[in-house]
Design a protein around this ligand. Sequence first.
Ligand code: NAG
Ligand code: NAG
Ligand code: NAG
Ligand code: NAG
Length: 394
Amino acid sequence: MASTYIVPIICLSLAVVCVARPIYPLPSKVRNDCRQPVQTSRPYNIAHRGSNGEIPEETAAAYMRAIDEGTDFIETDILSSKDGVLICFHDVTLDDTTDIGNHKEFQNRKRTYEVQGVNTTGFFTVDFTLKELKRLRVKQRYSFRDQQYNGKFPIITFEEFISIALDAPRVVGIYPEIKNPVFINQHVKWPGGKQFEDRFVETLKKYGYKGSYLSKDWLKQPVFIQSFAPTSLVYVSNMTDMPKILLIDDVTVPTQDTNQSYWEITSDAYFDYIKDYVVGIGPWKDTVVPVVDNYLQTPTDLVSKAHAHDLQVHPYTFRNENRFLHFDFHQDPYQEFSYWINKIGVDGLFTDFTGSLHNFQEWTQSLSEEAQDDKNASKLLDKVAFLISSYKKQ
Ligand SMILES: *[C@@H]1O[C@H](CO)[C@@H](O)[C@H](O)[C@H]1NC(C)=O
Ligand SMILES: *[C@@H]1O[C@H](CO)[C@@H](O)[C@H](O)[C@H]1NC(C)=O
Ligand SMILES: *[C@@H]1O[C@H](CO)[C@@H](O)[C@H](O)[C@H]1NC(C)=O
Ligand SMILES: *[C@@H]1O[C@H](CO)[C@@H](O)[C@H](O)[C@H]1NC(C)=O
């Protein structure tokens, strides 16, 4: 008699794993099609260098915290080691965010190179092998943020970063940047004449990333490829249709590869050209809403112009600290989120504080589809329970 219950009970537990949200098996055992998908109905929460407001940037701990806090995408900057291994690191030099200064054995590695037209002195990632880089520990960039994790976490590779996303208990997208490609290609050579961008795309493909924006493949493993260098984006578009985002710097900064002005790359003619290669732009916030004396000015037409060309807009960077909040927001980061989401109408936000953005969005724009899914799930469970009870009666 007892054995007749086994089959329906197994079905029930499978249904719970696949449909209800809170119960997760161990990450490595989760199958893609069972995991909660990335939301696509509200602006993307993009964890800028992980939850780096709390934990040193671009470390595994910062990315895992961001995933816990509900991010849609974990964002990273890809550079290279001397031996051609792609790593997650923001600056071309190690000075500001690692303990390189404490490593006597490396003190003779200081160099001066020209980076985007500026002679820069420091310890460059491209002068260290991966094995050497792994001996360093990362530290918090800003003195006014929590220092307790300094010296605890190593630099991670692009592949380790991807594994963190793929092992997450729900579908979490990745948002890697082809960082300083002109500089990296000058200093690092790969076998067979391959360049930085080739390695970058090969790595994504190796782990199964593929497909255009919102395609079935993309939804399984969402990714945005970002770069400030239009040449790199055009180049990689020959290798993959994964969605790409053109980053746009302040109005005074020309592009690092094509030396084009801000005005040139935000013109209607340029948007007409670049929209064949990218799905959106990632502008510095102040180019969307200029700031004078810490007060917001009238927004520019950048967002409406981009939207008119069917381009998304993901501005950077949202930071909770008062020193980054304009007076208009009265020291309240939620007011800033509200302004950019509801008034400016952006499609994604790069933030150092993913948890805050997630809470704000849950409170103001809870995922209705998800609620609907949950209702359907409980309906399904009702059906299963009904089947079990009718089975019992027989
Ligand atoms: C950088 O330094 C080198 C060597 O001193 C010099 O030739 C070059 O003009 C400098 N470049 C810039 C952009 O200042
Ligand atoms: C892309 O591939 C086409 C066809 O192979 C080639 O003609 C074109 O130059 C390539 N474009 C870039 C930017 O590499
Ligand atoms: C970039 O463009 C500016 C303005 O047209 C020009 O003055 C400068 O020399 C250019 N730089 C390079 C490296 O071509
Ligand atoms: C949930 O059920 C509603 C109404 O029965 C239906 O319209 C909707 O498409 C379902 N959603 C999913 C994700 O199955």
